[in-house]
Design a protein around this ligand. Structure first.
Ligand code: TRP
Ligand code: ZN
Length: 475
């Protein structure tokens, strides 16, 4: 409820846009039906992962293990050259499968070194390998592509994906922007490891996720090699490009930190970034060991974006963050990044938890208690945006970043805390993150987990706070 509530208002824009979204729905549903038709039951991978909020995100029939992305970008012409090498396993016999890719020109595809045929259909890149893939078969798809990447406009009006800036690009892909810059199975259910080879003009820096393996300058261009070895959802990948000051160090816990800061934001960012090691140490104490080997920050100047994103190992900020935002995005490393949702409807598992981390940080660092934060929110009148819908059911992709998801999501956790007591509550937070590390978690699993840990029936509490419309009556 700190900085985020002001954003949806600025981001949710015109009626025009809403019409466009409505018009797009039948197409998406039709595509899903085609994917689920008789042919699909046989050998055609479906066009979506089955998420009603983003029906065409992700694809059926295979599971990606690794993305090898080689990307060259020229900020001046805004031209991108890409080659994606995707290693996957077929989960069914496949005569055909889809990748998600929006815009850009595909110049060639091979599957296991044999030329494959393909066609484009909106965000679906439909691939027909020369030889059908057997169920269980490992295969490798190579896609070469190029063009001028354009961000997508989300149903809430915000930009998402490859967003050009005055000196490069701000790359933040939640929920569906990964397809604007690489072909992917772009749904959080399919996590994979990544290697990035990013080439930009000398003097620019290209920052991705994970550990920097090396950088080399030749013929006026610099190539940065990054490795994200822990599994990552496509929406958490970044390849942000700009003129950055770079700082690198290793924390006492052995985490490799890489901070890239737009010099115009450096003075404002410095006092906050200085706290990163202590924020990570504090979060590790509360949530359990930091889940990745790398950490850091990308502080860009991208005023057209209006939000920060918890890109894995290294959040991106559209301007110098305040401390609370730093705490929020890094809390997502546990909640969202390491433990990932399986459908966008469960977004409160990300935003409610990261927001509650802000409350806890304040409480334990001389600020307001979480109870006080809860109380002042609870005092909001029934007509307030806070009570517009229950956080367990945002209703559509247009509302996943609205106030109830963040604030009432955090209030739900506070209600859990007061019901089970601090000892059990902090045990739940920590063991949830540990149990589901590098994996997924659902709302139903979290409720069962909390009930099991506390020995209490929490059905009413969660039903009231997550699923019931309007302001809950007794706080
Ligand atoms: N998940 C981000 C955060 O709260 C916010 C975010 C990502 C967002 N993409 C967005 C908010 C699009 C609004 C619109 O840390
Ligand atoms: Zn968040």
């Amino acid at each position: 409820m700190t900085r985020r509530p002001q954003q949806p208002t600025t981001r949710r824009t015109t009626v025009l846009r809403r019409e466009a979204v409505v018009a797009a729905v039948p197409v998406a549903v039709a595509a899903l039906l085609v994917g689920a038709g008789p042919a699909a039951a046989g050998t055609v991978g479906s066009a979506g992962a089955g998420d009603p909020y983003f029906p065409l995100s992700g694809n059926g029939g295979y599971d990606v293990h690794h993305y090898g992305l080689a990307i060259g970008y020229d900020p001046q012409s805004r031209h991108l050259d890409g080659k994606a090498v995707i290693t996957a396993r077929a989960t069914q016999r496949l005569t055909r499968f889809d990748l998600d890719l929006e815009g850009l020109k595909v110049t060639g595809i091979t599957v296991d070194h044999a030329k494959a045929s393909f066609r484009r259909d909106g965000q679906e890149l439909v691939v027909t390998p020369r030889d059908a893939l057997c169920k269980g078969q490992e295969f490798r798809v190579t896609v070469t592509y190029s063009g001028t990447p354009k961000p997508v406009t989300d149903p809430d009006g915000s930009l998402d994906g490859w967003i050009p800036t005055d000196d490069g690009a701000f790359v933040a892909s939640e929920p569906q922007g990964a397809m604007t810059w690489f072909p992917a199975n772009s749904h959080p259910t399919d996590k994979a490891s990544y290697d990035f080879t990013l080439t930009v003009p000398k003097g620019r820096t290209a920052v991705a996720n994970g550990v920097l393996l090396g950088q080399k300058t030749a013929h006026g261009r610099t190539t940065f090699r990054w490795r994200q070895s822990e599994p990552m959802a496509a929406y958490l990948a970044t390849a942000t490009v700009g003129k950055f000051d770079v700082e690198q160090y290793t924390t006492a816990d052995g985490i490799k930190v890489y901070n890239a800061v737009d010099p115009r934001e450096a003075a404002a960012a410095a006092p906050v970034l200085k706290k990163l090691p202590s924020v990570l140490a504090w979060e590790s104490k509360i949530f359990g060991p930091y889940p990745f080997r790398a950490a850091g920050s990308i502080v860009d100047r991208a005023p057209q974006v209006g939000y920060a994103l918890e890109t894995q190992t290294r959040p991106v900020y559209d301007s110098a963050p305040d401390l609370s935002t730093l705490v929020h995005e890094n809390a997502h490393q546990w909640f969202g990044d390491s433990v990932t949702l399986t459908r966008w409807k469960d977004i409160w598992l990300n935003e409610g938890f990261a927001t509650y981390a802000e409350w806890l940080y304040a409480e334990q660092h001389g600020g307001k208690s979480a109870q006080k934060t809860f109380n002042s929110l609870y005092a909001s009148p029934a007509s307030s945006d806070l009570w517009a819908f229950p956080p367990g059911d945002p209703g559509s992709g247009a509302h996943i970043f609205d106030t109830p998801v963040y604030a009432r999501g955090a209030m739900t956790l506070h209600k859990l805390r007061t019901a089970v007591g601090d000892r059990v509550f902090f045990h739940i937070l920590r063991s949830w993150a540990t149990h589901h590390r590098d994996g997924h978690g659902t709302t139903a699993q979290f409720i069962r987990f909390a009930e099991h840990a506390s020995g209490k029936d929490l059905t009413t509490l969660f039903h009231t706070w997550l699923d019931t419309s309007g302001k809950p009556s007794a706080p």
